[in-house]
Design a protein around this ligand. Structure first.
Ligand SMILES: [Zn+2]
Ligand SMILES: [Zn+2]
Length: 138
């Protein structure tokens, strides 16, 4: 994700109005490594701006995702999480509290794609999700 200032300019040039509520969404996301869900971001922004709607939050997140500023993670099908770190990396998920941690190791040397796939696709990336139970939940 770009700096708040750059991001503001990018969104303005894409026709989006920069409201204080939207600015707060950017601030909540910036350098956030907790992979918040749309609901969590909504709750955070609502504390300061009680009249903000979930639709505003969700639409802003969709725009940021479409512009490639954040990554959308679908860990369980009912909840989308957002990651401002758009560099290739992997995740570990606690199956009890659903906490999501980052793994920045590069696994690409150990990943071997079968020829049948290589013949059909030009693969540009991959993402690994590890599942387990975190220390707090054990
Ligand atoms: Zn846990
Ligand atoms: Zn991440």
């Amino acid at each position: 994700m770009e700096s708040i200032e750059k991001l503001t300019n990018i969104l303005r040039s894409n026709g989006m109005k920069i409201t204080p509520q939207r600015l707060m969404i950017f601030k909540v996301l910036k350098n956030n490594t907790s992979h918040p869900s749309a609901e969590e971001i909504f709750r955070r922004v609502k504390r300061t701006y009680p009249t903000v709607s979930f639709t505003t939050i969700y639409k802003t997140l969709e725009t940021l995702r479409d512009l490639g500023e954040i990554k959308e993670l679908i860990i369980d099908k009912d909840r989308k999480h957002y990651d401002p770190n758009t560099d290739s990396h992997h995740h570990v998920i606690c199956s009890t509290c659903k906490k999501i941690g980052d793994i920045l190791d590069d696994y690409s040397p150990s990943i071997k794609l079968p020829d049948s796939i290589k013949n059909k696709y030009t693969v540009s990336g991959f993402q690994i999700s590890f599942y387990g139970v975190c220390n707090d939940c054990r």
